[in-house]
Design a protein around this ligand. Sequence first.
Ligand SMILES: [Zn+2]
Ligand SMILES: [Zn+2]
Length: 236
Amino acid sequence: MWKVWRFLALILPLSCPLCGENLPDRRRFPLCRECFESLRRKDATARCILCGVRITLTRSTVCLSCMKDPPPLESIHVYADFSGTLREAIRLMKFSRNRMISRSLAELLSDLSLPPVEAIVPVPLGKGRLAERGFCQSYQIARHLSRRFHAPVIDDLLVRSRETAPQSLLPRKERIRNVRGAFRLNSRYEREIPLTVLLVDDVMTTGATIYESARTLKKAGVRTVHALVLARADIS
Ligand SMILES: [Zn+2]
Ligand SMILES: [Zn+2]
């Protein structure tokens, strides 16, 4: 039934793409109120400030694995877990290339308190996948955040130096190898590298892609890298 609704919602112009409810003003409100509210996190979970994993020892802000082997960034901000309605909405955004949904999703992030940065940088999609999908969801989210946090988006600061296999098809260890050296700094910016950057992505799983992006930025001279992800998925 859910699938039927989703299909209908994509072809019917005036309905909420998540539940099929009628929407009188879809241009301004791409999701119905109820679905939008259900995307909102109920409370902020205590998470490791470096990898976003949930932590139970509330006295510490860093998890044990990051204490042993800290990732190459200053902080990571995770909005919520990749589950429930949020997961549906993110999938729908990718699947239907729905820019309106990306606006709603970015709106959720506007309540976060983020450190000031000089530039917002979306984690780049591979050329192949960008052409296939014609839509870069991390760029869409970054663009909306730019207005809220008053920092420009530099969507070509990082470029892919080679194509990689889709991370979702690989086990954890291979994901790290798969993206090693996959990015480089665009030579256009060599003389004007922003010193503080906010990396943006929609979903984080192992963090391999975000960490490799951060590592590349730091090698190129960026001093401080923060990251923001809409949702964090857990894989073992
Ligand atoms: Zn709805
Ligand atoms: Zn951690």
